[in-house]
Each structure stands twice: as C-alpha cells, then as structure tokens.
Design a protein around this ligand. Structure first.
Ligand code: KIV
Length: 271
C-alpha cells in the first residue's frame, strides 16, 4: 500500500518515507478555512500558508508587505480546517533575516497562535543562524532556494534563477547546508530542471519544486493560479487545472440578473 493512502496525518517523518519510496509529494498553498478544508479532504500532503497571500489575498504587488499578524490569521484559519495535511507557514519578510532571536520569536508565535506544524524561510547561508535557532526550539523548518520572492528587489525580476555556474554552485552549497543544519525539506523555485534533478538526487530530504522540473520529490503551486482564479500570471511552469475565474464570473452575472429581474428569491426561497 502506498504511504500517502495509508497515513491519517502527514508528518515530516512521513515525507521522508515518501521520498525513500519514490512517492511524489503534493503540496498546494492555502490561506483560508473553506478552501483549506477542500484541499485537506482531497488528500493534498502539505498545505503551505505562503506569503503569496500578500499577492492573491491582499492584492499587493510583492510578498514584502504581509505581516506576521496577517500570516497568523491565515494560518490559524487553515489549521482549523485541516486534519490530515501537514501545515507549513511562511515566515514573512522582515521577521527572521539578520536576527536569529527575532526569527525564533516569530516562529514561536506562529506555532503557539496557529497550531501549524512547521515554518518556511527563504534563503541559504545568509539565514542559517535563524534556521539553527528555530530548529533548536524543536520547530521543523522547510527551506526555500532559487527564486526567493522576498528578495525581489535584489534580483530585480522574477526570471529563472541559477542559470549561471556561480549561482548554481551557491544553490547546491546552500541546499547541502540547509540539509546538514536540519531542515526537513526544501522548496526549489524557478530553476533549471537539470539543477533541480541534481539537488533532488543529492539530498536525503525531499525537495518540493515550483518551476524546478519533474525530478523534484514533490510539486507545489499557488492554489489561486492552478484553479484559474488569477488570470494575469502565466509562467511556463503553471498548469491551470480549471478556469474558476470564468465560472465565478458566470455565476455572479447570473445572480445579478436574477436579482435585477426579481427572479431571485422565488417562492421556495422565502419564509
Ligand atoms: O508563498 C508561496 O506561495 C510560496 C510558494 C510559491 C512556494 O512560497
């Protein structure tokens, strides 16, 4: 029997077993109770309360403005909806870089106030002290390398990362360092597929790819993108599984028409 079909609760240990057995890990982002419940009941292995909430929930252009309080609100809603999936929460920009004590305090707030199981931090060597300190409190940490949207002002664009030898070498070193420090998994975002394959084969911990090729041990997409709620964002790695934008627009237009024409509510829909 496959691991994913037999476990009632996904843990970091389960994810390691899945990698050992060659079972791919399915992760999606989630930010609210109602959608998270659907994701959990559908059997997704990990729900990431991503700081992409800054974009898709709050309408900011980047992930930088979202606050720790905002993330805690989203994460607590997701945890209330979840019984099987592992819930991982992004530490937002400015809550862990350059100050490992603040990093630990931020991670502790997330764990205490949301009931989530792990946190995710962007970066490699630069944030290793924060990763170490959070791990020392027994809080599982997921790494994130490649395109790290919290550093958008350093990169300047959202193009594919680590296409040159120096950056690819640094990414490999960072991945080794994150694993050696104790991260339980690493997200690889928007890097060449052959580099994704190299890192995934090199590590014992699972990699979760988003635009990192098919060799990653798992995949993640932003739920609003894969459902086709967002329309303007169309990177090559994004597969849209539905066009919810059109479906919702159709339903809302029908409702408006029914209200205007007096067709809604009808006799059976009133007291
Ligand atoms: O914030 C997010 O949604 C993420 C994923 C894209 C990996 O970090």
């Amino acid at each position: 029997m496959s691991i994913h079909s037999s476990v009632r609760k996904v843990t970091t240990h389960v994810l390691h077993e899945m990698k050992l057995k060659g079972e791919k890990i399915a992760m999606l982002t989630g930010y609210d109770f109602s959608l998270a419940r659907i994701l959990d009941q559908a059997g997704v292995d990990i729900i990431l309360v991503g700081d992409s909430a800054s974009n898709v929930m709050a309408g900011y252009e980047t992930t930088l403005p979202i606050t720790l309080d905002n993330m805690i609100y989203h994460a607590a809603s997701v945890v209330r909806a979840t019984s099987r999936a592992l819930v991982v929460v992004d530490l937002p920009f400015g809550t862990y870089q350059g100050n490992s004590r603040e990093a630990l305090a931020s991670a502790i707030r997330i764990m205490k106030e949301t009931g989530a199981s792990a946190v995710k931090l962007e970066g490699g060597q630069e944030i290793i002290e924060s990763v170490e300190r959070i791990l020392s409190a027994g809080i599982p940490v997921m790494g994130h390398l490649g395109l790290t949207p919290q550093s958008i002002h350093k990169f300047g664009t959202y193009v594919v990362r680590a296409t040159d030898d120096d950056e690819a070498k640094k990414l490999v070193e960072d991945a080794k360092k994150l694993e050696a420090t104790g991260c339980f998994a690493i997200v690889l975002e928007k890097i060449p597929a052959n580099l994704g394959e190299k890192v995934s084969k090199m590590l014992r911990i699972p990699t979760i790819g988003i635009g990192a090729g098919s060799s990653a041990d798992g995949q993640v997409l932003v739920i609003h993108d894969m459902l086709g709620i967002t329309q303007e964002f169309s990177p090559r790695f994004l597969r849209r599984y539905h066009n919810l934008n059109a479906e919702i627009t159709g339903a809302v237009k029908a409702y408006i028409e029914d209200v205007r024409s007096g067709d809604f509510p009808n006799e059976r829909e009133q007291y």
